[in-house]
Design a protein around this ligand. Structure first.
Ligand SMILES: *Cc1c(COP(=O)(O)O)cnc(C)c1O
Length: 480
């Protein structure tokens, strides 16, 4: 047992004992969550396993401190230690990503995007507007000024990737506030190749003239050329915002470099910290110096008091990501996605875009005669945790879908390599081949009900357990 696992074992055992003395059912659920996570084949592309050091950093008295404001400029007294934490997290982020500015307060990816949207609006609209109104800052504005500014701040245009091409709901999707605060249009992917068509994005941008061009995705299995996206943004006078929530780990680990690294090309980059970056659940905004002052107004613009305990954990996770070993991890994430994709292709399964060059694979399950919903449920019965996802122009819509999204970050953290991911593809194909779509009460085809063949779940679970046992989650961590 390593020192780290010995410390984690005793710390968690004692913490659970303490929790149990107040509410034993929460201690029990927490124990059970570890048992369940250890026993499942986690292929959800947005999930990972943070280190015990990162997790434990979140469980401290920093949670009790209010610290609205920014480093050295707080609206509360006694923030000297929070200042240390926030400054360190931001410094690690700037160094890791080569960014001019980092804002580590956002509580989640959605919050990071809200901060980004409002800071872009403030920078692009409010600034020039103040000049025209001949006012130095917002505190000088009258009620009439505000009324006019509200009219001008709203009704701006945003162009983002459509949800069914792999974009995120915060990129202008109607039910999300981004689709309400902006006039929005979407770009998709090429209908034959499934790939981003930069000429089509440029044509749309020229016609629509967005204030904000959003690049980034949650379910697109390919790399994006951010230099080209910046050219498009520059040509139409848009701000380029890249949401790297999913692939921040591949940027941090230098798998995406040059044109594929968003940081040198975008004005503003947003991310989560808990996906491929393997940190605590949270968000972050990176920006050029030009956008930094408006990004720093995230609180009180759209955020309340920062989660100081989570900012501390971000600092620890970013310090981990700056270690050489993280580059090996990130490269393995991408290599494993290739192994998984090849495993599917050699067994005759269909992949959107025909493969992957990032951390995820989008499996089109229609050739198995299933919807994404049926495939997701059957796989879960066999202990394989995935999520259903639309494919481009999905005939089954966003609820039932025709796809399954699979990602490699989590199992790569456990130590899975090429052979294991090939076997994972084999097990998934085994389940899908042996799942029958059900019928509705009226006798028509059902998009939800299904029947998994006898014995399939047991044999897949046994095969998974063998691999999972070989690559334990938190090796050496034993709860007493
Ligand atoms: C996951 C994700 C988000 C949202 O992150 P939350 O922390 O769940 O709010 C935003 N954008 C993209 C591209 C994502 O993949």
């Amino acid at each position: 047992m390593t020192d780290a696992s010995r410390l984690a074992s005793s710390a968690y055992s004692q913490a659970l004992e303490l929790i149990a003395s107040v509410e034993p059912r929460i201690a029990e659920a927490t124990r059970q969550e570890l048992v369940d996570q250890r026993a499942s084949l986690k292929l959800i592309a947005s999930e990972n396993y943070a280190s015990p050091a990162v997790l434990m950093t979140m469980g401290t008295w920093f949670s009790d401190k209010y610290a609205e404001g920014t480093v050295g400029h707080r609206f509360y007294a006694g923030c000297q230690n929070v200042d240390t934490v926030e400054a360190l997290a931001a410094e690690h982020a700037r160094e890791l990503f080569g960014a001019e500015h980092a804002y580590v307060q956002p509580h989640s990816g959605i919050d990071a995007n809200l901060v980004a949207f409002w800071s872009i609006l403030a920078h692009r609209v409010e600034g020039p507007w103040l000049e025209r109104a001949e006012k130095k800052n917002v505190s000088e504005l009258t009620e009439e000024d505000w009324e006019a500014l509200r009219k001008e701040l709203g009704n701006q245009r945003l162009l983002g990737m459509s949800l069914d091409a792999g974009g995120h709901l915060t990129h202008g999707f109607r039910p999300n506030i981004s689709g309400k605060m902006f006039h929005q249009q979407q770009y998709g992917t090429d209908p034959t190749t499934g790939l981003l068509d930069y000429d089509a994005v440029a044509a749309k941008a020229r016609e629509f003239k967005p204030l904000v061009l959003v690049a980034g995705y949650s379910a697109y299995p390919r790399r994006v050329n951010f230099a080209k996206m910046r050219e498009i943004a520059d040509e139409v006078g848009a701000t380029l915002m890249v949401d790297m929530a999913h692939f921040a780990g591949l940027v941090a680990g230098k798998v995406f470099t040059g044109d594929e690294d968003p940081v040198p090309h975008a004005h503003v980059v947003t991310t989560t910290t808990h996906k491929s970056l393997r940190g605590p659940r949270g968000g972050m905004v990176l920006a050029t110096a030009e956008y930094a002052p408006s990004v720093d107004r995230g609180c009180p613009m759209v955020l309340g008091g920062p989660l100081s305990h989570v900012m501390a954990a971000k600092a620890v996770a970013l310090a981990e990501a700056r270690q050489d070993s993280f580059r090996g991890y990130a490269q393995q994430v991408a290599d494993n996605a290739k192994s998984l994709a090849e495993g599917f292709l050699t067994r005759g399964a269909d992949l959107v875009t025909g493969g992957t060059d990032n951390h995820l694979v989008l499996l089109d399950v229609s050739s198995f005669g299933l919807t994404g919903r049926q495939a997701e449920s059957a796989l879960l019965d066999a202990g394989v945790v995935t999520n259903r996802n639309s494919v481009p122009n999905d005939p089954n819509g966003a609820w039932y879908t025709s796809g399954i999204r699979l990602g490699t970050p989590a199992l790569t953290t456990r130590g899975f390599g090429h052979d294991e991911f090939d076997r994972v593809a084999e097990l998934i194909v085994d389940v899908l081949r042996n799942t029958e779509a059900g019928t509705t009460k009226a006798g028509g085809p059902s998009k939800a009900s299904y029947a998994l063949g006898d014995g399939v779940a047991d044999r897949v679970k046994a095969a998974s357990a063998e691999m999972l046992d070989k690559h334990p989650l938190y090796p050496g961590l034993e709860l007493s």
